[in-house]
Design a protein around this ligand. Structure first.
Ligand code: SF4
Length: 299
């Protein structure tokens, strides 16, 4: 039997943002597909299932109503929602050795209660298979240690990974202004939460931006999110653990340049952490293998 592991206490309170039903893939258990089909028929929603997941329209779940509420929840009650919806933002991945459980840092309100919210009991969760080689496991562990060391800072972690954090900040800012991020955000099918929270990043001016992590809690949350992104293996398998961390921390920098208030930074950083799971956005941010090398100063 695999062991159940977590990075720490699982703390969270849902703030019913409706954001979890956008830009996410809601995979169904085989046994749930028929139930979802029946519910959709009663709600007069056509073709609700696509490739084993709930169909999305314009980047949002087909069951989400204009008030950002779930029609299945409203009509049939919370217990009759698909398991993946009931368990969000809890995520479980099954490596060959253990089942890792965590709270998704891509939840728009996770930043509010990650530190002192009530502890949640995971119960039985849907887990996705995600085997990890020993070599990858060791790389991941080194980075997890670096991110969780007492007194760790975003600058310090980037400095350790790239050897020159200042240069990374400058190149990353220049790079964000040069990629067609706004085109991707505004295209049809992009989830509204991405358009809303990430457009200010795509429109950053080309003045060299200051770095604003004035609140220790904010910086701690960024480092915690980066650990979760790695631990729960939220990024493309083609990216190394180091690249995963740089993209996550780079997103935190970009969010800090675009948003100065924690109440706007928090959802934007969550949206970033969810958006970079999309191949389209990843390819826009890292269009060629040498892009990352350039960003870390290997030119
Ligand atoms: S079924 Fe309901 S809870 Fe699940 S993703 Fe769709 S709108 Fe959200």
């Amino acid at each position: 039997m695999p062991t159940i592991e977590t990075l720490g206490p699982l703390r969270h309170i849902c703030h019913a943002s409706g954001g979890c039903c956008q830009g996410n893939v809601a995979m169904l258990k085989k046994t749930e597909e028929a139930q979802v089909q029946r519910q959709a028929q009663i709600l007069q929603i056509p073709d609700p299932v696509h490739d084993g997941a709930i169909r999305k329209i314009g980047g949002s779940c087909t069951f989400l109503n204009p008030e950002h509420l779930c029609r299945i929840h409203a009509q049939f009650g919370e217990p009759n929602k698909p398991t993946v919806c009931k368990q969000f933002p809890l995520v479980a991945i099954h490596t060959e050795e253990e089942i890792r459980i965590g709270v998704d840092p891509g939840c728009l309100s996770a930043w509010k209660t990650w530190k002192d919210g009530p502890q949640i009991q995971p119960g039985a969760l849907i887990s996705t298979k995600n085997p990890i080689s020993q070599q990858l496991r060791q790389h991941e562990q080194k980075l997890l240690d670096l991110l969780s060391i007492e007194g760790a800072t975003i600058y310090g972690v980037i400095e350790k990974i790239t050897g020159n954090a200042t240069q990374f900040y400058q190149r990353w800012s220049k790079h964000l202004q040069s990629v067609p991020l706004i085109d991707i955000l505004l295209r049809e099918g992009t989830a509204p939460i991405f358009q809303e929270h990430l457009s200010p990043i795509a429109l950053l001016s080309n003045e060299s931006p200051p770095t604003l992590f004035s609140l220790p809690d904010q910086e701690e949350w960024v480092l915690e999110s980066a650990q979760r992104m790695l631990y729960l293996r939220f990024l493309s398998k083609e990216l190394t653990p180091h690249a995963t961390i740089l993209l996550c921390l780079g997103g935190a920098l970009a969010c800090s340049w675009a948003y100065t208030e924690p109440s706007t930074f928090g959802p934007a950083f969550a949206a970033w952490n969810r958006a970079i799971r999309s191949n389209l956005l990843l390819k826009t941010l890292l269009p060629a293998p040498q892009t990352l090398a350039w960003l870390v100063g290997q030119d």
